[in-house]
Design a protein around this ligand. Structure first.
Ligand SMILES: *Cc1c(COP(=O)(O)O)cnc(C)c1O
Length: 837
């Protein structure tokens, strides 16, 4: 239960948490009680913690409704250009606190809850809800910048699995997040749309017809996306699959009514579950259905809204789609929604009866594509026989796009057949496939990577041929994170310490953090920043002890690597450092070692054998190290179970050291790196992804940069990487590897890690050993600096002061101006008339 704030604390917290005005509080109390009674149908004697959460969520939600309706009216009146962000990867997250922050209701809610709560009901009401992926940062920024934006995706019944660690292994559990209902979503059955699959194509004198299809209905659920204190509330619309009422009933082949009703599941499976792969393409038909489902439903919505919106000052129905690119931008998040391109062409040509040339011009001027990876195993390549069966008309259209595209290339490079083969959308082979990235490049007016180095690599390697033909198409949009969630929400203490120095405008204009540079030598700031970090560490230690019964030393360095488990992210390099530290302590137990608590967390894709074995290795190392009395609390190894956004929000503010150690050239951008930087952790990292720009902004001397650069990796690819050479030459590396291989960490099964050992020694695509020495040396420097708290904290301040670039507000402003043709604005829109707001 939150303690009531003293007046002084209230004044202190006004800037970042909103004013707890008397009217606000009494109004919130009334509505909270009303919802507990009328919405949840509970009295105080039987209300559970969850009931209190829902009552509060509904109370806060009421404050959104007027703004939400008003914003949508405002868009209708003004008819601005709309941007549609299509992604298969965002789903509902912790909305309550985010809404309170953006509406400046946090203090008022705390007060109201304190005054209203039954003292018998223990603990805080803020029940953690769901995890979500970082695309939601963009939604927050689009609303905060007043853009008429819509997020479109799938309402998965099951999100990313919950990870349990059982006997050191990852075990997956279904994530039944809708079990208790979701107070933030609103179903809109009146806007249901049909989506067609299968069938065949008829070429008739009146045009092309796609017939004999099976229909699945797409039912939209809307979630409000509030901007930061600007009265804007945008919409995220997620589609859920529903079988039509007559599903299978007309079909003579099925066993009648009962079976037909049971078979409705088949259609509704489309939105059942999120594919949990990270950076890996799995060519399953159900996944292709998901991708087309979101695209087909969304495009119908986009075109309906375009046609029925106000046109100038008169209300007319637009019939002419030629102005679509002036009013609509569609951003394809990765190639997952790539079918938007052939689907838009199908609508324009087959349904609207435009010429191909006209339709193609509209399509390419409307669509833009963001690439997220260069890893070959992650690139989508759909077999043509799958497409032929599921979406026969779209395959025809893709072939026609390719025919015209290759015709153009052939004219530019006569006789260069190899180039035609490389640039084709169709990959020949024993199984013919469509290269979805090529489709996206050809069908878009802009293609972007997500960090400068990544965009440069795209131009130099993966998309080189395309860059040569259309250099102006290729752009960079370095990723960012929202300072609302990743500072104000998760680290209010730090947000406040900053606001005391430079005011609170930095929350919507993160570049203002630069003003902190004036204070780098100010002992009071150094002291405050160090104090907040220590408080966060104590809080996280208490959380770990309560949740997992593990005790850690809060005075040790918190050395953290949290992200999906993947070979390219090199959790194994971290493991080798841990083992090296362990061996050194054992060798010289009386030396004054800098104590570390090394925490690693992240989910492995359920089918990724090596990633799961890496988790087992981390837990195995922990079992040996943590139980060795010689080591004591100078080295602890914790695997953080079920890493998700809610855990990120706890661990990142408590971290001293951020591990960003991917092989140079493999991590497109990363956003975890930015979250740590903003929360006062120092980075040990390679020159990869956005780390490069972080070092540029803060000064390379304020990060711990080590290892091969992209050029070094490329040179090594040419000369050949010989892991055995490092193994034989570096004694500490050899010792660590021999321990893993010899069963030192797996006494019950000596060969448990043989697949990892074999991989590292003989076919390591990510060259772990090549960076081992530089990494260990760099970690030694980290340990040395940590012993000087003042110098450490000064570097922290340089880092925080240099974070401005990594606000997703900057990222989205660049998308708006340089790709979407829209102008961001920090202006408030008029508040609704409702006196409550
Ligand atoms: C930010 C975030 C990520 C991305 O982390 P990277 O280090 O950039 O890979 C992954 N998972 C969660 C839960 C996050 O919050």
């Amino acid at each position: 239960m939150p303690k009531p704030l003293t007046d002084q604390e209230k004044r202190k917290q006004i800037s970042v948490r909103g004013l707890a005005g008397v009217e606000n509080v009494s109004d919130l109390k009334t509505n909270f009680n009303r919802h507990l009674h009328f919405t949840l149908v509970k009295d105080r004697n039987v209300a559970t913690k969850r009931d209190y959460y829902f009552a509060l969520a509904n109370t806060v939600r009421d404050h959104l409704v007027g703004r939400w309706i008003r914003t949508q009216q405002h868009y209708y009146e003004k008819d601005p250009k709309r941007v549609y962000y299509l992604s298969l990867e965002f789903y509902m997250g912790r909305t309550l606190q985010n809404t309170m922050v953006n509406l400046a209701l946090e203090n008022a809610c705390d007060e109201a809850i304190y005054q209203v709560r039954d003292p018998r009901c223990p603990r805080s009401v803020a029940v953690p809800h769901r995890s979500y992926l970082d695309r939601s940062c963009f939604l927050d920024s689009m609303a905060s910048l007043g853009l008429a934006a819509y997020g479109y995706g799938i309402r998965y019944e099951f999100g990313i699995f919950n990870q349990k660690i059982v006997n050191g292994w990852q075990v997956e559990e279904a994530d039944d997040w809708l079990r208790y209902g979701n107070p933030w979503e609103k179903a809109r059955p009146e806007y249901m749309r049909p989506v067609h699959f299968y069938g065949r194509v008829e070429h008739t004198p009146e045009g092309v017809k796609w017939v004999d299809t099976q229909v699945v209905l797409a039912l939209p659920y809307d979630t409000p996306i509030p901007g930061y204190r600007n009265n804007v509330v945008n919409t995220m619309r997620l589609w859920s699959a529903k079988a039509p009422c007559d599903f299978n009933l007309k079909d003579f082949n099925v066993g009648g009514y009962i079976q037909a009703v049971l078979d409705r599941n088949l259609a509704e499976n489309i939105s059942r579950v999120l594919y949990p792969n990270d950076n890996f393409f799995e060519g399953k038909e159900l996944r292709l259905k998901q991708e087309y489902f979101v695209v087909a439903a969304t495009l119908q919505d986009i075109i309906r809204r375009f046609k029925s919106s106000k046109f100038g000052s008169t209300e007319v129905v637009r019939v002419d789609l030629s102005t679509l690119p002036e009013k609509v931008a569609i951003q394809l998040n990765d190639t997952h929604p790539a079918m938007a391109i052939p689907e838009l062409m199908r609508i324009l040509v087959d349904t609207e009866h435009l010429t191909w040339e006209k339709a193609w011009d509209i399509c390419t001027r409307t669509c833009a594509y963001t690439n997220h990876t260069v890893l070959p195993e992650a690139l989508e390549r759909w077999p043509t026989d799958l497409l032929q069966n599921l979406l026969p008309r779209h395959l025809e259209i893709i072939y026609e796009i390719n025919r015209r595209h290759l015709e153009r290339i052939a004219k530019l490079y006569p006789g260069d057949d190899d180039r035609l083969r490389r640039m084709s959308l169709v990959e020949e082979g024993h199984q013919k496939k469509i290269n979805m990235a090529h489709l996206c490049i050809v069908g878009s007016h802009a293609v972007n990577g997500v960090a400068r180095i990544h965009s440069d690599i795209l131009k130099a390697t993966l998309f080189k041929d395309f860059y040569e033909v259309d250099p102006d198409k290729f752009q960079n949009k370095t990723n960012g994170i929202t300072p609302r969630r990743w500072l104000v929400m998760c680290n209010p203490g730090l947000a406040e310490v900053i606001a005391e120095r430079i005011g609170d405008d930095y929350i919507r204009d993160l570049d203002q953090l630069k003003k902190l540079l004036e204070f780098v030598d100010d002992d009071s700031l150094i002291c405050d920043i160090a104090k907040i970090k220590q408080e966060n560490k104590l809080k996280f230690s208490a959380y770990l002890e309560e949740q997992y019964k593990v005790k850690i030393n809060p005075n040790s360095m918190f050395d953290v690597q949290v992200k999906r488990i993947h070979e390219y992210k090199r959790q194994l390099l971290n493991c080798l450092h841990i083992i090296t530290l362990y061996n050194r302590i054992k060798k010289e137990p009386n030396k004054d070692w800098t104590p570390r608590t090394i925490m690693i967390g992240g989910k492995a894709a359920p089918g990724y054998h090596t990633a799961k074995l890496i988790i087992r290795l981390i837990t195995a190392i922990g079992e040996i190290v943590n139980n060795d009395p010689v080591v004591g609390d100078r080295l602890k190894v914790i695997f953080l179970e079920n890493y998700k956004v809610t855990l990120a929000e706890r661990i990142i503010p408590a971290s001293d050291l951020s591990e960003q150690i991917s092989t140079a050239g493999t991590e497109a951008s990363g956003t975890g790196n930015m979250k740590f930087m903003l929360n006062g952790a120092l980075t040990i990292g390679t020159m990869d992804g956005a780390n490069v720009e972080m070092a540029e902004e803060a000064g390379e001397e304020n990060l711990f940069i080590f290892g091969m650069r992209v050029e070094d990796v490329e040179a090594m690819d040419k000369s050949g990487y010989d892991a055995m050479e490092y193994y034989n030459r570096i004694p500490e590396l050899k010792q660590a590897m021999d321990q893993i291989a010899g069963g030192f960490f797996s006494p019950d099964q000596h060969d448990l890690f043989k697949d990892i050992v074999n991989m590292l020694l003989h076919h390591d695509r990510f060259k772990v050993f090549a960076d081992y020495e530089a990494y260990i040396k760099c970690q030694d420097k980290v340990s040395a600096l940590y012993r000087n708290p003042k110098e450490w904290t000064k570097k922290v301040i340089y880092n925080i002061a240099s974070c401005g670039k990594f606000s997703s507000d900057r990222t989205i402003s660049q998308y708006a101006r340089e790709i979407w043709g829209m102008e961001p604005s920090l202006e408030k829109i008029p508040a609704p008339d409702d006196p409550r707001q």
